[in-house]
Design a protein around this ligand. Structure first.
Ligand code: COA
Length: 701
């Protein structure tokens, strides 16, 4: 199919449609075709006006991000700029007709047109900052001219798109089209066909009472913000150029800043996560497909059960929540109703939507009341005995074709499946807490799970707007199993005499959203304690850091008990170091004869992060994870691993697998903590020796 399709109408309007499915990315070839098509309509005397739009579901999702890693990615910088200059020099009006999305380069293309019209629910914006770079084709120069300096700065720094309606209010679009976008845009083009001069954003002044002072203030704020995204300062500089140096100089400065960012390690890492997220949960089409899941039962009205129920409601399902205890049942139902009421009060939801959503929710007392559901998810206490009882009860009560899922975070899903008469319809759906907020869901494929059941579950996760990561069965699945090794290293480092806050600071400075001990205090130290106690019994000869056990024995679970590694004072956001925890760590080391040594921040980071890499290699080598990129998606979306580093496996490749291996062998030789753990997994060794990336792990297993 032609990348740009042209239709000529008898009334003189030529419609050019970008046709690069699925989202009309402006690949180099598409841009070339567009330049040719624009030239042709300009030279055609029968054409009086042009409508530029997208075929299919979008105007354009912008530059083709896959092309960014090509060696010639930014060589022909003028191509996009030339198209925009070409439009600006045309003698007939070009109307950008926006439906679906106009993002990044797509938005910049629209900004270069003489007019913009959009459907009310179109999404228009410059999200580059969320991918570690910034607009590079005039976005920072034309947007402030269209909507003003401050609104443009907000839009570019946040990266959130605005709707067509909001775009009209801001002055980003000239008209909202409520009917068919093509017909509406043609009618608009006919109205402006003879109007002259043709309006150009490049000619508009940027009006601001004190642009220099304002941008100086923003510059200082961004510099002082440790959480400012990479690229924030460059955006400010580009806007400063727009405000003070004129359009052409501004374009030049913008492109230089853009190129530097787009080629940076951080932006590469962001792109890796972008594509990895889209590749996660991709399974071959099963021979038989299940109908889309429409009704569900959630067993357990605790925090997890409630969050899962809300997520299912958001996906459009009719949901029953089962709690046998009357008080707990009412509390759970009230929580869900309050959740939606709050959403409505915050204007995130219309009263009608709230009513409609809640009409699909009911709380029930007995399994039989939800006999006909398509899916049942248990979210009861994390104990094999309790979960086995629930799975058996579900198997007895729920219709035989239904899927039964467990929300366990570590227990053996094969054992739970075997307790039912339908193991092929059993799988794990491991939601993260709070389930209504957190994006990742580990979809646990048990030995007998049927392909169509796996596919139906993944589809459901997508409908919840979450990310499905497939995992095989093992203790802790992918994420918690890897994090156990990360936390073990952090604990060993404590036992060697480094304080929790020093470990936390080192890892947070490196980019982790939260250091391990702040995280443990938040989640509750008793949660991994219970898992450790199970491990001590199952593998009594393992080497374990036991310092955290002493903390838990004192009841210092963290935030919920007021103290853990830190002291948590009511109403204070930042907890203070717990001096008693420091004393406990020192006496623990003394009691166990662990020599005290200074662990440098660099070693803290390497030991904790390479522990993830080694365990990630094991998870991959054993086939628990299907792809290294799945691990990266899970760790960045669920465990606070910095997206600027792309996930542990991508990070290891960035450092170089041979370098990682060398450090692991050094840790094994120094013998701190569990030295056997530092025997690198054979998959890692094979990849490093063969100079192969994790993407080729399949052949090296
Ligand atoms: N470059 C390359 N590929 C892109 C892309 C881009 N800018 N935007 C989307 N795609 C690809 C996706 O990788 C996916 O490919 P796949 O089917 O092979 O996995 C496909 O287009 C559909 O995207 P997906 O995200 O699965 O669809 P969606 O309907 O949920 O969302 C968008 C569509 C456009 C909202 C979303 O893809 C997006 O935000 N894209 C990035 C936009 C952006 O940041 N542009 C700035 C670049 S200058």
């Amino acid at each position: 199919m032609e990348l740009v399709q042209r239709t000529d109408r008898h009334d003189g309007v030529a419609v050019l449609k970008l046709s690069n499915a699925p989202v009309n990315c402006l690949s180099k070839e598409t841009r070339r075709r567009l330049a040719d098509a624009l030239q042709a309509v300009e030279l055609d005397s029968t054409v009086t006006a042009v409508v530029l739009m997208g075929n299919g579901k979008a105007f354009s999702a912008g530059a083709d991000l896959k092309e960014f890693d090509r060696p010639d990615a930014f060589m022909d910088r003028d191509l996009q700029h030339l198209i925009l200059a070409q439009i600006e020099s045309m003698t007939k009006p070009v109307v950008a007709a926006i439906h679906g999305v106009a993002l990044g380069g797509g938005c910049e293309l629209a900004l270069g047109c003489h007019y913009r019209v959009a459907n009310p629910d179109a999404k228009i914006g410059l999200p580059e900052i969320t991918l570690g770079f910034m607009p590079g084709a005039g976005g920072t120069q034309r947007l402030p001219r269209a909507i003003g300096l401050e609104p443009a700065l907000n839009l570019i720094l946040k990266g959130n798109p605005v709707s067509g309606d909001e775009g009209l209010r801001l002055g980003l679009v000239d008209a909202v089209i409520h009917e068919d976008i093509e017909q509406g845009a043609i009618a608009f083009a006919l109205r402006v066909a003879t109007s002259r001069p043709l309006p150009l954003l490049r000619d508009k002044p940027i009006v601001h009472p004190n642009a220099v002072g304002f941008l100086d203030f923003v510059r200082r704020t961004v510099k002082a913000d440790p959480h400012a995204p990479p690229g924030a300062l460059s955006v400010v500089e580009a806007l400063a150029a727009a405000a003070t140096l004129g359009f052409d100089k501004g374009l030049e400065i913008e492109f230089d800043l853009f190129r530097r960012l787009a080629e940076s390690a951080e932006a590469k890492a962001f792109r890796h996560v972008f594509f990895a997220t889209r590749a996660a949960g991709r399974v071959p089409k099963p021979a038989r497909r299940m109908p889309a899941l429409a009704t569900a039962l959630v067993v357990g009205g605790g925090a997890m059960g409630r969050g899962i129920a809300v997520s299912l409601l958001e996906a459009g399902l009719t949901v029953s929540l089962l709690e046998s205890d009357g008080g707990a049942r009412e509390a759970a139902a009230n929580w869900i109703r309050d959740h939606y009421r709050r959403q409505m009060e915050q204007r995130r939801l219309s009263p009608e939507r709230m009513e409609q959503t809640l009409s699909r929710f009911a709380s029930v007392q007995r399994y039989e009341e939800a006999r006909d559901v398509d899916l049942a998810i248990e979210a009861v206490f994390e104990d094999m005995g309790v979960k086995l009882d629930v799975m058996r009860a579900l198997d007895r009560a729920i219709r035989p074709e239904a899927i039964l899922a467990t929300n366990t975070s570590s227990l053996d899903v094969n054992e739970l499946a075997a307790a039912t008469g339908r193991p092929q319809q059993v799988l794990g759906l491991h939601f993260f807490n709070p389930a209504q907020v957190m994006k990742p869901v580990e979809v646990i494929r048990a030995d007998k799970t049927a392909p169509e059941v796996l596919e139906a579950a993944i589809e459901l996760v997508r409908r919840m707007r979450k990310i499905a990561v497939i995992s095989g069965v093992c203790d802790g699945f992918i994420g918690n199993r890897m994090m156990t090794q990360y936390l073990n290293q952090a604990m060993f480092i404590l036992e060697e005499g480094t304080m929790p806050w020093v470990v936390d600071d080192a890892l947070e400075k490196w980019g982790m959203t939260m250091g391990p001990f702040r995280m443990l205090d938040l989640v509750g130290n008793e949660v991994p304690w219970a898992a450790r106690k199970r491990k001590y019994l199952a593998h009594p000869h393992g080497v374990y850091p036991r310092v955290a056990d002493e903390l838990c024995e004192r009841g210092w679970y963290g935030q919920k008990t007021g103290r853990g590694w830190y002291v948590h004072e009511q109403g204070k956001r930042r907890p203070k170091p717990n001096p008693d925890a420091a004393a406990l760590i020192e006496s623990h080391a003394l009691k166990h004869g662990i020599p005290k040594r200074e662990v440098a921040p660099n070693e803290i980071v390497e030991r904790c992060i390479y522990a993830l890499v080694n365990e990630g290699s094991a998870v991959l080598g054993e086939g628990i994870a299907e792809k290294a990129s799945d691990i990266d998606v899970l760790l960045t979306s669920g465990y606070g691993f910095p997206r600027t580093r792309g996930g542990p496996m991508f990070h290891a490749e960035t450092v170089g697998l041979t370098n990682v291996l060398r450090r692991m062998r050094r840790f094994a030789a120094t013998g701190h903590g569990d030295k056997d753990f530092w025997n690198p997994h054979p998959l890692l060794v094979r990849l490093a020796n063969g100079a192969k990336p994790y993407a080729e792990a399949g052949e090296c297993r």
